[in-house]
Design a protein around this ligand. Structure first.
Ligand SMILES: NC(=O)c1ccc[n+]([C@@H]2O[C@H](COP(=O)([O-])OP(=O)(O)OC[C@H]3O[C@@H](n4cnc5c(N)ncnc54)[C@H](OP(=O)(O)O)[C@@H]3O)[C@@H](O)[C@H]2O)c1
Length: 298
């Protein structure tokens, strides 16, 4: 099976490449050789690779910069995925795409379910929501996984940033009024592999199976935390703590750190649908974090 994977150098794609290797032949592409905001490149690449499935792990993910680079964020997160979905539909290729908890405004106080109404409060969230809609308009064979608070041991995630701060500062202040689901990119990659294995194992054509399963699914680790809780748990589970300089982690408020983009105060996602549809077991965020930290070299 040929898998066209877009966004090769991203933190999720890195995990996908390693996890999906036993399932198929992966054709990874990334900017600038492949630009998802270029309709012609999408068409030519899909034609040249002729994949059995396309996985889009690319995105414009700089939440604050998106406020001033609105057109770019929209082109990469909304227009490009729509064109990709159109190319998929014309060649009957199923699509896996990832979206975000930031499509919600954060005013709920119980986990968001898939049928809750999105109401993004920043450009990044808006662009990702428009991407979901564009895909669903263009193809009837796409799975869209909404992720949240994604981290890995590479790239610019909260975990890697916190560990960098912890090597430099004695006191770190972290907000305790933003609640979400810290989610290890490896878990998302493994869940994607589980879904794909199920698709391959059926007697159905891949495209028909995706048509039957199409839709939005929330996919995160189990349990919610504030960013402050998350920071404390990272510190607690970091091996080789002697290399850290930090002595104290203090709770703070979002208003203490003015930023260009507003963040939802509460964006925890309910994963019942993905669990029941694909028999995916969703581990606790604490358990995943502990495992992931073994792979981090201080
Ligand atoms: N990170 C999070 O906390 C989070 C939370 C919820 C959902 N998500 C979603 O999860 C998915 C994976 O996120 P991630 O954290 O792995 O993202 P990431 O690490 O930022 O990787 C995104 C990749 O897309 C590439 N890219 C950017 N513009 C492109 C373009 N025009 N054409 C082709 N590729 C382009 C990037 O290349 P460059 O590095 O060269 O820009 C990068 O390799 C995304 O859909 C994201 O919206 C992420």
């Amino acid at each position: 099976m040929k898998i066209l994977l877009i966004g090769e150098r991203g933190q999720l794609a890195w995990e996908l490449i390693r996890t999906l290797m036993p399932i198929g032949e992966i054709y990874p592409v990334d900017f600038p050789q492949f630009d998802i905001s270029d309709k012609t490149q999408i068409r030519d690449t899909v034609k040249a690779v002729a994949p059995d499935i396309i996985i889009n792990a690319s995105a414009y993910t700089n939440v604050d910069l998106a406020e001033t680079e609105k057109e770019k964020a929209m082109a990469i997160n909304a227009d490009g995925p729509g064109w990709l979905a159109a190319a998929c539909a014309s060649k009957k290729i199923p699509l896996i795409h990832y979206s975000t908890d930031f499509v919600f405004d954060g005013t709920k106080n119980t986990p968001y379910v898939e049928i809750d109404q999105p109401n993004p409060i920043n450009i990044y969230g808006l662009s990702k929501w428009k991407g979901e809609q564009a895909i669903q308009q263009e193809t009837g064979a796409a799975l869209i996984f909404r992720l949240a608070w994604l981290y890995s041991m590479r790239g610019n995630s909260f975990v890697t940033k916190f560990l960098e701060w912890a090597k430099k500062y004695e006191t770190i202040r972290v907000v305790d009024d933003q609640i979400g689901n810290p989610t290890w990119a490896r878990f998302v990659a493994e869940a994607t592999a589980t879904v794909l294995s199920q698709a391959i194992a059926t007697e159905m054509l891949l495209y028909d199976w995706f048509t039957e399963k199409k839709g939005i699914y929330h996919l995160t680790s189990n349990g919610e935390a504030s960013r402050y809780d998350w920071a404390c748990e990272i510190y607690k589970n970091t091996p080789n703590k002697e290399n850290l300089f930090v002595k104290e982690i203090k709770p703070a408020k979002t208003v203490d750190f003015p930023a260009p983009a507003q963040r939802p105060a509460y964006s925890s996602l309910d994963c019942w649908k993905v669990k029941s549809s694909f028999m995916i077991s969703v581990p606790s965020w604490e358990n995943q974090l502990k495992k992931s930290l073994f792979f981090f070299n201080l």
